[in-house]
Design a protein around this ligand. Structure first.
Ligand code: SAH
Length: 272
């Protein structure tokens, strides 16, 4: 019943009805929503998205799966299948031809885990170049460990540069955990559904490029204290009073600072 999987495309078919229900519920689809699905595979999630949304654009790299998807949904006029690599396909180039399907406002997908980082970058942009216009919601299945990093709070092991970068760009929450056995074949790791809601920026970095540098440097060696990681870039004399102002221990590590505190530091230390 399930097609053979191709390892290079990180194919694992989701079969858990519970997980599918949670994904669709988390997306809170409305009749006007134009959705992007990355890696529809056999269409198990697509099938639930189509009746709940105004339209679905599905991007699938695997030609054989595309044939199946066309057979399954080709007759529906709110379904657009684009065959190609989500990372190199130029979606905006499709907007004129398929204007009914754009602008896309939500992304819902069980993504290929081997390209999670690049997909997040594509969907959210970067600190210095947030994606504009932002999606109103992004609901993704990710590796559990990645989900933990995306939603981590300061002072925890999972809180790192990825957490600051992503949480700066979006509100991140875990919807639910999904065990490996919910897939055929089961992946080596457990999974989680996360919901990201890109921010209309409550805390704005005056110099986003500098914030990017600061976060990268700050987390460069996790065992070291923040001030040691920043040595060379920021004088202790300038850093210490700012940490005091934030009521943060001068010996703190990068993981002890919240996103707002990173932005505060960046805004006070930035050269321009
Ligand atoms: N959504 C399906 C399949 C998830 S597996 C389900 O839940 O059952 C990941 C899917 O992403 C596969 O269909 C795979 O062929 C597709 N894929 C892998 N790399 C891709 C890429 N670069 N661009 C688009 N789709 C890709």
């Amino acid at each position: 019943m399930y097609p053979q999987t191709r390892k290079r495309f990180a194919q694992h078919w989701l079969r858990s009805e519970t997980a599918l229900d949670r994904i669709v519920k988390a997306a809170a689809l409305e009749a006007g929503d134009r959705v992007l699905e990355i890696g529809p595979g056999t269409g198990i999630l697509t099938q639930r998205l189509l009746p709940a949304a105004r339209s679905v654009v599905a991007v699938e790299i695997d030609r054989d799966l595309c044939k199946r998807l066309v057979q399954r949904f080709g007759k529906l006029d709110n379904f657009l299948l684009l065959q190609g690599d989500i990372l190199s396909l130029d979606l905006t180039a499709q907007e004129q031809t398929f204007s009914d399907f754009f602008p896309i406002n939500k992304v819902v997908a069980n993504i290929p885990y081997n390209i999670t980082g690049p997909i997040l970058k594509l969907l959210l942009g970067a600190i210095a170049a947030p994606k504009i216009p932002a999606y109103s919601a992004i609901v993704l299945l990710v590796q559990k460990e990645v989900g933990e990093r995306l939603t981590a709070q300061p002072n925890s092991k999972a809180f790192g540069a990825l957490s600051v970068r992503t949480q700066y760009l979006a509100e991140c929450e875990t919807v639910c955990d999904v065990p490996a056995k919910a897939f055929v074949p089961p992946p080596k790791v457990d999974s989680a559904v996360v919901r990201l809601r890109p921010r209309p920026f409550p805390v704005v970095a005056a110099n986003p490029r500098y914030l990017e540098t600061l976060v990268k440097l700050g987390f460069s060696s996790r065992r070291k204290m923040l001030r040691n990681n920043l040595k060379g870039q920021v004088d202790s004399d300038r850093l210490t009073p700012l940490l005091e102002q934030l009521e943060i221990d001068p010996n703190a590590r990068a993981e002890d600072l919240s996103v707002e505190q990173w932005v505060f530091l960046s805004n006070h230390l930035s050269p321009v």
